[in-house]
Design a protein around this ligand. Structure first.
Ligand SMILES: Cc1ncc(COP(=O)(O)O)c(C=O)c1O
Length: 385
């Protein structure tokens, strides 16, 4: 896509961000928020207009039950354009959000055995296995490893010991990794050997940065009878509050099982979120291209800033997402996030919330203006050194 075909990414002022992103910016005035995964950028006007039009037309009724053909078609076409692979539209079903979709998939499709959750893991998904009545089985990846990978031998042993499901986060938050086809095939082989299931959380797929390529777990041969993917436009298009994600269920037997569930198991998605998702999938490419370019620039800027101000911080290569995992343990603060807030007035996410029991790590959200990123790293340097 050439520059002239693009729609630009527009930075929010502090005042706009405080109004539009009440969770992220619900901090004292002297604190810069760089924690929860929301971006300090204005929503793509095309997406906003679709929602505004819907409400101007007074469309406030229930969304369709179950399958929404237009949303399903939009996702399938988008996936084909971006990833060279598309599910059958009949596989794509709305859910309220990705976390609910992961839970729904485990509730409906998984056996009663434990759920393997690689850690560091997305913090809001700790405890998710437990509320489905299953044991949460951690597969720890050393936080300081230069390249985070799923250890296939350990995965094999966890399944041999009775676990029956893997939550795969692809691309991974907070590892920043995009799994390669070969890695995914390795995971598939272990899963198939044990007759286990995979729930692949692919919310960050649109946010793969130059140098990496998203491969959906469902595009790997031999995965359709044991896996679903949970996808959404909401993370890439900054519309998390509008409440619609999609679960992609490629197996017709699984789809029958889903259709037979009591309605109350999955009746919460918002038609506003569905309209936003369709607009993003159908019309959002010119904005998304600008976003990915901007995030690539922020990634490069972060590398330069760390080299200049915090040379002892180790950062894993960021292949996707705008969430950088920083190992600041060389500076000797166990509670690096607490020190950043107290002394630097920057709110970052404590590594411990993704990797319980660890110290000295933080997750830094770089989806902000370049000026703010400069200020953030300067403040972190002041706080930690
Ligand atoms: C890997 C991952 N899954 C799910 C979510 C949350 O998605 P949702 O708000 O749709 O539940 C996030 C949010 O950052 C995430 O990083």
């Amino acid at each position: 896509m050439t520059g002239s075909d693009r729609r630009p990414v527009v930075d929010l002022t502090d005042e706009e961000a405080r109004l539009r992103l009440p969770l992220k910016w619900g901090v004292p005035d002297d604190v810069i928020p760089a924690w929860v995964a929301e971006m300090d950028y204005a929503v793509d006007p095309v997406v906003l207009e679709a929602v505004q039009r819907m409400l101007a037309d007074g469309i406030t009724g229930y969304p369709l039950f179950g399958w929404d053909p237009e949303l399903a078609q939009s996702y399938a076409a988008w996936s084909a354009r971006h990833f060279g692979w598309a599910p059958d539209p009949e596989a794509v079903h709305p859910v309220v959000d990705v976390t609910a979709g992961v839970r729904l998939a485990i509730d409906v499709f998984s056996g009663p055995g434990g759920v393997v959750f690689p850690t560091p893991g997305y913090n809001a998904q700790f405890g998710l296995a437990t509320i489905t009545g299953r044991e949460e089985v951690r597969l720890d990846v050393p936080v300081s490893a230069d390249r985070a990978e799923v250890d296939l031998d350990r995965l094999d042993r966890l399944f041999a010991d009775g676990a029956q499901t893997l939550i795969l986060t692809q691309p991974h938050n907070p590892w920043g990794r995009v799994f390669t086809r070969a890695e995914l095939e390795g995971i598939r082989d272990v899963v198939v050997r044990h007759g286990a299931r995979v729930v692949s959380d692919e919310i960050h797929a649109p946010l793969v940065l130059p140098g990496a390529e998203h491969v959906s777990y469902l595009s790997i041969d031999g995965t359709h009878d044991h896996a679903v993917a949970v996808v959404a436009a909401s993370k890439a298009f900054n519309t998390a509050g509008l409440r619609c994600a999609q679960v992609v269920v490629p197996s017709t037997a699984d789809r029958r099982l889903l259709a037979d569930q009591p309605m109350s198991r999955n009746d919460s998605h918002s038609p506003i979120g569905a309209v936003a998702a369709r607009a993003a999938y159908d019309l959002g490419d010119p904005w998304l291209a600008s976003l990915v370019e901007r995030l690539d620039q922020q990634r490069a800027l972060l590398g330069e800033l760390l080299a200049a101000h915090l040379p002892e911080v180790r950062m894993r290569p960021l292949e996707a997402t705008y969430l950088a995992w920083l190992d600041a343990s060389a500076y000797g603060h166990d509670d690096a996030a607490g020190v950043a807030l107290e002394r630097g007035r920057v709110k970052v996410s404590p590594g411990e919330s993704y990797a319980p029991g660890t110290t000295g790590q933080v997750r830094l959200n770089i989806a902000t203006s370049s000026d703010r990123l400069v200020e953030i790293v300067e403040r972190l340097a002041k706080a930690w050194t």
